[in-house]
Design a protein around this ligand. Structure first.
Ligand SMILES: CC(C)(COP(=O)(O)OP(=O)(O)OC[C@H]1O[C@@H](n2cnc3c(N)ncnc32)[C@H](O)[C@@H]1OP(=O)(O)O)[C@@H](O)C(=O)NCCC(=O)NCCS
Length: 243
């Protein structure tokens, strides 16, 4: 999987892993969650496998849609920046941020971009395929992953903003990450069982700050101040490197 370098040429790659102590009770085995920003082929396959399990019930229209690719993969994965979190080597969360591919974002398969996004489309990534393994939900893993992902993107990418096309329940959930609903009228997608979707948008740096503050104030058990950042060429975190 190759990501066009021009999308991520803004800063040198100072870090691509982060290791953070888990809150009590998150896992019986591992005590640290490992976040990765640059996935190798095996890590990407693990993320796609998790995506497949998560979507196979209510999101099965996303599975097996592209012959020749992994069952949960689509052409936008080839240009996306992928992020994943693991515990004891098992992937428990993943997400992707994708620029437009051959002139189109994945969301444009469902509806035209609203004018307010279309006018500055080069400033945006689409965030999608945000998944957390079912037994790790409601533990703020999404906030940890999106905080680190937005921070990594803000440090490495030229584009400064993101958007997503979300089910209404999720759009409200994303608002507490600092995202805003762009258009109040939902669009209806017949190809996705008639689900309704809302456009949301946010700024990478703002969501990085909002999620950090949120995790610090809700007694989430995650201490980002003690998060250790690691070198891309060395999966072990660098001693003393702090988030
Ligand atoms: C979205 C997700 C990563 C959030 O995980 P989490 O941070 O642990 O939080 P929760 O699972 O409690 O979900 C947060 C809220 O979003 C809602 N939500 C989650 N998935 C939803 C879905 N597919 N449709 C509608 N609402 C959804 C939950 O009901 C919850 O709402 P509540 O707070 O009012 O109860 C996780 O629920 C997931 O993997 N969902 C399935 C995959 C998905 O739909 N991803 C987003 C689309 S790309």
């Amino acid at each position: 999987m190759q990501t066009p370098r021009s999308e991520f040429a803004r800063a040198s790659r100072a870090w691509s892993t982060a290791t953070i102590r888990c809150p009590t009770g998150l896992s019986v085995g591992a005590h640290e969650l490992v976040f990765r920003a640059e996935l190798d082929a095996r890590e990407l396959r693990d993320a796609l496998d998790l995506r497949r399990v998560v979507f196979q019930d209510r999101g099965d229209y996303l599975i097996d849609a592209h012959p020749g690719l992994h069952p949960a993969e689509d052409p936008h994965d080839a240009v996306a920046q992928h992020f994943a979190c693991s515990l004891d080597g098992e992937t428990i969360a993943a997400a992707r941020f994708s620029p437009d591919f051959e002139g189109r974002f994945e969301a444009e398969e469902l509806a035209p971009l609203p004018g307010v996004l279309d006018e500055t489309r080069d400033a945006f990534f689409q965030v999608s395929r945000v998944v957390v393994r079912e037994d790790f939900r409601k533990r703020h893993v999404t906030e940890v992953m999106l905080h680190l992902a937005c921070r990594w993107m803000a440090e490495h990418a030229a584009r400064r903003h993101y958007f997503a096309l979300c089910l209404p329940g999720l759009a409200r959930f994303y608002e507490h990450f600092g995202a805003e609903i762009v258009v109040r009228d939902p669009i209806v997608a017949p190809s996705r069982r008639g689900h309704s979707y809302l456009w949301i948008r946010g700024e990478l740096a703002h969501t990085a700050a909002t999620t950090r503050n949120y995790l610090a104030t809700v007694a989430s058990g995650w201490d980002l101040a003690r998060c250790r950042l690691g070198d891309p060429s060395n999966t072990k975190p660098s001693p003393g490197a702090r988030a």
